[in-house]
Write a protein that binds this ligand. Structure first.
Ligand SMILES: Nc1ncnc2c1ncn2[C@@H]1O[C@H](COP(=O)(O)OP(=O)(O)OP(=O)(O)O)[C@@H](O)[C@H]1O
Ligand SMILES: [Mg+2]
Length: 259
């Protein structure tokens, strides 16, 4: 494989990335390459720099040092239509009288949709149904429960059919059945489109069963590779300081039978 062919297969390239906020070091010398079509789970303790890493890839945070490339370009040069994002914290003005379909269609445009075209409404309806939120059409987002709002944000990320989807703790607030549906949605979407997924999660079991690659982060890159390797006791101990079994987390992950 020549150099051009090998870069064509890389969706996200991070080289010696350091991010400093004042005198706080959020990321230190992180390097990794994500191939097209990978499903990457990013795990690590609170404050490990996980959200910061996604924000750098979105062009929302500027690296202090190092380089990142998304589809071969600096993040601010990437076509926004190619990237879907579900943020960890929703900066939604709870007094804003937006409807579910408007929030979804805002993912198709750069501006707030004052008027929605018929085909945009149809696209929003289809994707809301797909995330189990068809019943939220026509309803005001400010009254949604946490899990309902999370589903609408998932729909918003997928409506533009992105090649790269970044999800910051997407299962937050979603009930157990909904969570299984969400992983099915992610996997089906990936099968249909060949998209690359980057997902931050605190659920090691989900990372083990659904991801093709796992990033273990604690300011520095502690592990990166197939789940069996990255979720080793050594990596987890290094990232978290300890490996808890108190909450039913077993490092055997159910005997290693990957779904
Ligand atoms: N804009 C900012 N200004 C100053 N400090 C920041 C900023 N953004 C993040 N930080 C700090 O950088 C560190 C990494 O934050 P980040 O949000 O990336 O962590 P995280 O791994 O996503 O954590 P969590 O699991 O709690 O979501 C934290 O210590 C945080 O306080
Ligand atoms: Mg975070």
């Amino acid at each position: 494989m020549n150099a051009a062919e090998s870069t064509a297969r890389i969706a996200v390239e991070v080289k010696e990335l350091t991010v400093r906020f004042g005198d706080h070091l959020a990321l230190e010398n992180v390097s990794l390459s994500v191939p097209h079509g990978a499903f990457v789970a990013i795990v690590g303790p609170n404050g490990a720099g996980k959200s910061t890493l996604l924000k750098v890839l979105l062009g929302l945070v500027t690296p202090t040092a190092g380089e990142v490339r998304v589809f071969g370009s600096p993040p601010n040069r990437v076509d926004p239509q190619k990237v879907g994002y579900v943020p960890q914290f929703k900066t939604l003005d709870r007094t804003f009288p937006a409807l579910a379909e408007e929030l979804v269609v805002s993912g198709l445009r750069r501006s707030w949709p004052v008027r929605i075209a018929k085909e945009e409404y149809e696209a929003a309806r289809r994707v809301l149904e797909r995330v189990g939120a068809g019943h939220l059409l026509g309803r005001t987002v400010s009254r949604f429960s946490g899990g309902e709002l999370q589903r609408v944000y998932l729909a918003r990320a997928f409506v533009r059919r992105p090649d790269l989807v970044m999800l910051d703790e997407p299962a937050t607030g979603i009930d157990m059945l909904g969570e299984a549906d969400m992983y099915r949605l992610l996997e089906d979407y990936q099968k249909e489109t060949g998209a690359t997924l980057l997902m931050i999660t605190h659920d090691w079991e989900a990372a083990y069963h659904h991801a093709t690659h796992v990033v273990v982060l604690n300011r520095r890159l502690v592990g990166f590779g197939p789940p069996e390797r990255a979720l080793s006791e050594r990596c987890l101990r290094e990232a978290f300081g300890h490996v808890g079994h108190a909450h039913g987390i077993s490092l055997s992950f159910g005997g290693g039978d990957r779904a």
